[in-house]
Design a protein around this ligand. Structure first.
Ligand SMILES: C[S@@+](CC[C@H](N)C(=O)[O-])C[C@H]1O[C@@H](n2cnc3c(N)ncnc32)[C@H](O)[C@@H]1O
Length: 298
C-alpha cells in the first residue's frame, strides 16, 4: 500500500516515540493506541500541536464539520488557564494540582505560575499514557520551584492524593489551586452523581484558602452540534457528558466564587489591551460552549 506524506510521518513518529513504560524505560509495555482517536491528541490538534496522529485528525475533522469553532473553543479554554493561573499566583497561591493536564503546550501551567512566583510547585496528572510519554516538557521548571507528574485517573482521587510524586511536591496542609480544565465532561454519571462525588473528594482533601479552577463543555448554546460531537467521540471510544449551567455551578458548592462567577471561558476576566473598553476578540457563546469559574475554599 502506498503511504501519503502524513501517514508516513505518523509511522515515523510512532516508531520514534518511546512506548510508555517499554523495555527502554524498564517497565511494562503500554499501548499508546495511536490507531484510535484520543481526547488529548484531538485537543492537541485543535491547539495546533504536533502530537496527534491520523485517527485523531480524522476525528478532529469530523468535529470541525459540525462545530467549526472547535479550534477557537480550545484556544480560549487554554487562555482561561493562563489568566486564572496568573491571578491565583499573584494572589499568593504557590501550589498547583492540574488534573487532565493534556499534552504539553507552551506555555504550560508551571511556566505561568513560576513566571509570577519562581518557587511555585506544580503537580500534573493525566490518564493518557501519551501525556506521560511527553511529560518531560512538563518537568522543566525553575530551580526554585518543583514540578511532578502523576499518571492517574481523576475518578480515583485517592490514588492522586496519595501518589508519592504528589506528596513529595505539594504540602496538602497548605492551600492548593486545583485545576480541572476541560476534564469533567469526560466523567459520566451513569445514573449516579459520579463527577460531583469525585470533585467533592478532591475538594475535601484541600485546606482553607485552596482554589478550584474549572472549565466544562456544555450543550446549552449549540445543542445539535454537541449531540453530534458526543457521537463522534463515542465512535472513538470516549464517552462525553455535557452539563448545563446549574450542574456546573454545583461543582463549587460550599466554596466562594471569585468575580465574575460562572461565565463562558472567554468571559472570565478577559485580557484587554490598554485603553480598550471591549475585548478585542469577539467570540460568541456558542463558539465557546464551555463554562468556566474559579472559587476559593473558605
Ligand atoms: C481537552 S484536554 C484538556 C487539557 C488541559 N486541561 C487544558 O484545558 O488545556 C482533556 C485531558 O483530560 C484527560 N482525561 C480525560 N479523562 C480523564 C480521566 N478520567 N482522568 C484523568 N485525565 C483524563 C485527557 O487525556 C486529556 O489530556
Amino acid at each position: 500500500m502506498r503511504e501519503d506524506g502524513r501517514t508516513r510521518e505518523d509511522r515515523r513518529r510512532r516508531e520514534d516515540l518511546p512506548t510508555c513504560g517499554d523495555a527502554r524505560m524498564g517497565g511494562p509495555v503500554v499501548d499508546l493506541q495511536l490507531d484510535r482517536a484520543h481526547s488529548s491528541r484531538i485537543y492537541d490538534y485543535f491547539l495546533g500541536g504536533r502530537t496527534n496522529f491520523l485517527a485523531d485528525r480524522v476525528a478532529a475533522a469530523r468535529v470541525l464539520r459540525v462545530f467549526p469553532a472547535a479550534q477557537t473553543a480550545a484556544r480560549i479554554n487554554r487562555a482561561f488557564m493562563h489568566r486564572t493561573t496568573r491571578v491565583l499566583a499573584a494572589a499568593g497561591l504557590r501550589q498547583f494540582l492540574d488534573i487532565g493536564t493534556g499534552l504539553p503546550t507552551s506555555p504550560n501551567l508551571h511556566d505561568i505560575a513560576q513566571g509570577v512566583a519562581p518557587d511555585a510547585r506544580v503537580v500534573y496528572t493525566d490518564n493518557d499514557p501519551i501525556v506521560l510519554a511527553h511529560a518531560a516538557a512538563l518537568l522543566r521548571g525553575t530551580p526554585e520551584g518543583r514540578t511532578a507528574y502523576v499518571q492517574a485517573d481523576v475518578t480515583e482521587p485517592d490514588g492522586i492524593l496519595t501518589a508519592p510524586q504528589l506528596l513529595g511536591t505539594l504540602d496538602l496542609s497548605r492551600p492548593v489551586a486545583l485545576s480541572l480544565n476541560a476534564l469533567m465532561h469526560f466523567v459520566t454519571d451513569d445514573g449516579e452523581d459520579r463527577a460531583h462525588t469525585v470533585v467533592e473528594a478532591l475538594k475535601s482533601a484541600l485546606p482553607s484558602g485552596s482554589a478550584l479552577v474549572m472549565t466544562h463543555a456544555t450543550a446549552d448554546f449549540a445543542p445539535a452540534a454537541m449531540r453530534q460531537i458526543t457521537r463522534i467521540y463515542a465512535d472513538a471510544g470516549t464517552v462525553l457528558q455535557f452539563r448545563p449551567r446549574a450542574t456546573f455551578l454545583r461543582f463549587f458548592d460550599g466554596w466562594e466564587l471569585l468575580e465574575p462567577g460562572v461565565t463562558l471561558s472567554h468571559q472570565w476576566r478577559p485580557d484587554r489591551p490598554e485603553g480598550a473598553t471591549r475585548a478585542t476578540h469577539h467570540v460568541i457563546d456558542a463558539e465557546a460552549s464551555c463554562y468556566a469559574a474559579v472559587a476559593r475554599k473558605p
